[in-house]
Design a protein around this ligand. Structure first.
Ligand code: BG6
Length: 489
């Protein structure tokens, strides 16, 4: 698509916030360098209580910090900075929005993309201001950052507020995992390869693991994180979105609604986790001090700004079940945590063994194929296959060996675009495929809310030392089903 003719002005609310400075401006810089922004595009950063000079200086400084040396060019930065224009006003003051509308009216032909990189509690106030200030027209679209709410009820309130001003077709709810290359590749892997497509069900698959592990701790975000915890911050959105893409039925076409309809069916088919099931289906933990890369790190309750009584979880593992024909009897073990030994997002599909086994009985446990889809880092796919050990002396001894496809080697990619580059580009092109529909958010909250309510009446999270894969009980949970986590193999 030639975007040079498609002028889309972008308005970033929270323009000096961490997300805008760390991710959004650098992503827009990359799009500009790739000629994917029209030369007439204006990027309005909206921030409160700042002078315009301070705002642009800080943005320039951060662009210099966050763009890697190999991708940085003084000339390109200069051209990009000319596109940025800051405005300063209080987002809650609806009378202040007229200054934004006068700016936007300079080019009445240009499309308008509003990006709310602010707490969701003020999305309604911003919409009201945009409407009052006459900033909205038929081309307007709005991008909403996660988390949308804290529970089903609060997410419904927020979605309803925004829906007063924007039609669903104009709303782009971000889950940045959907912008990651390998996450999109799941669709190609599953629906373009009969080899996998034909095996993707309970007849051939024994169980599936989805892990999102982070090495980092709370990184100065204690106040925010403690109100949410890992379940709301990572499971309700990123992990469940990955689960949907792995478990959904083939969509009839690649349109956003066809894909979202299938994802919603998965969320609706999730078996509720009742209070009686908690012990066998769920482990939650909180990290204590330990070592990351050999260096000592503090526990969650010792981080800067911590409330030492907090019982917020920094780790959660659970066994999810999708109650439909395709997945009957196939557990999905999901886990996500902070301060894990490595940064890793991986989907591991464990295939069933052959119905009749003829090799050395001692090697029986080996005889299982596993498909590893590495979302990050080192994006790629690896299929564990069994072969005969080479050599005259080895008889029919089996050995596991990987068939490996590294995306960066195979496609000579010099860089993997950041998820926000892809998502901003799709929002500019008005393509909703990679964004989350309101009913997806609602069903995800519905399933999570009942787990949260059981946990609230429950014991505090299990401690686990920073630098390990979570509380020891995660092994008991999976071994009770005669299965193992990937790292145990
Ligand atoms: C964010 C969470 O959505 O995702 C953070 O709020 C988390 O807590 C981050 O660290 C992880 O994203 P990524 O892309 O680094 O895996």
């Amino acid at each position: 698509m030639n975007l040079a003719e498609n002028v889309c002005n972008i308005v970033l609310f929270g323009g000096l916030g961490d997300l805008a400075q760390r991710k959004l401006f650098p992503a827009l810089y990359q799009l500009d360098c790739a000629d994917l922004l029209s030369s007439d595009t204006v990027i309005y950063g909206i921030a409160r209580d700042t002078s315009l000079k301070q705002a642009i200086d800080l943005t320039e400084q951060n662009l210099r910090n966050f763009i890697s040396e190999s991708e940085f060019s003084e000339n390109k930065l200069k051209v990009f900075l000319e596109k940025i224009h800051f405005l300063s006003f209080d987002f809650n003051d609806h009378t202040a929005y007229s200054q934004l509308s006068s700016e936007l009216d300079r080019d009445i032909e240009a499309e308008r993309l509003f990006y709310f990189s602010t707490p969701a509690s003020i999305y309604g106030a911003i919409c009201k201001g945009l409407d009052y200030g006459k900033c909205l027209n038929a081309s307007s679209r709005v991008v909403l950052e996660k988390p949308i709410g804290h529970s089903l009820e609060s997410s419904l309130d927020i979605n309803q507020e925004v829906a007063k001003y924007f039609d669903e077709s104009q709303i782009y709810r971000i889950d940045h995992y959907l912008g990651k290359e390998t996450v999109q590749n799941l669709i190609a892997l599953r629906f373009a390869n009969n080899l996998f497509g034909s095996q993707w069900n309970q007849n051939f698959i024994s169980y599936i693991e989805i892990t999102i592990a982070e090495k980092v701790g709370i990184e100065g975000r204690w106040g925010y994180f403690d109100k949410y915890g890992q379940l709301r911050d990572m499971l309700q959105n990123h992990l469940l979105q990955l689960l949907c893409l792995v478990a959904m039925d083939p969509p009839s076409e690649l349109s956003s609604d066809a894909i979202r309809n299938e994802k919603v069916k998965v969320l609706k088919a999730l078996r509720p986790i009742t209070e009686e099931m908690l012990d066998s289906h769920l482990v939650h933990g909180q990290y204590v001090d330990g070592y990351i890369d050999g260096k000592p790190v503090p526990g969650y309750l010792e981080e800067k700004g911590a409330n030492t009584q907090s019982s917020t979880e920094t780790f959660i593992a659970l066994k999810a079940e999708v109650e439909n024909w395709r997945w009957a009897g196939v557990p999905f073990y999901l886990r996500t945590g902070k301060r894990m030994p490595e940064k890793l997002t991986q989907i591991t599909v464990h295939f069933r063994q052959q119905p009749h086994y003829i090799f050395d009985p001692e090697q029986r446990a080996l005889a299982e194929n596993a498909l590893m889809i590495k979302v990050q880092p080192d994006e790629g796919i690896s299929l564990q296959v069994l072969s005969k050990e080479q050599g005259l002396n080895s008889g029919m001894k089996l050995r596991k060996a990987p068939l490996h496809l590294s995306f960066s080697d195979a496609f000579s990619m010099d860089r993997v675009p950041d998820a926000y580059e892809r998502l901003l580009l799709e929002a500019i092109k008005a393509n909703q495929n990679l964004f989350v529909r309101s009913d997806e958010i609602e069903h995800a909250w519905k399933w999570c809310d009942q787990i949260i309510s059981h946990l609230e009446n429950r014991v505090t999270p299990m401690p686990y030392p920073a630098g390990c894969w979570g509380p020891e009980t995660i092994y008991k949970m999976i071994e009770a089903d005669n299965r193992r986590w990937h790292e145990q193999s």
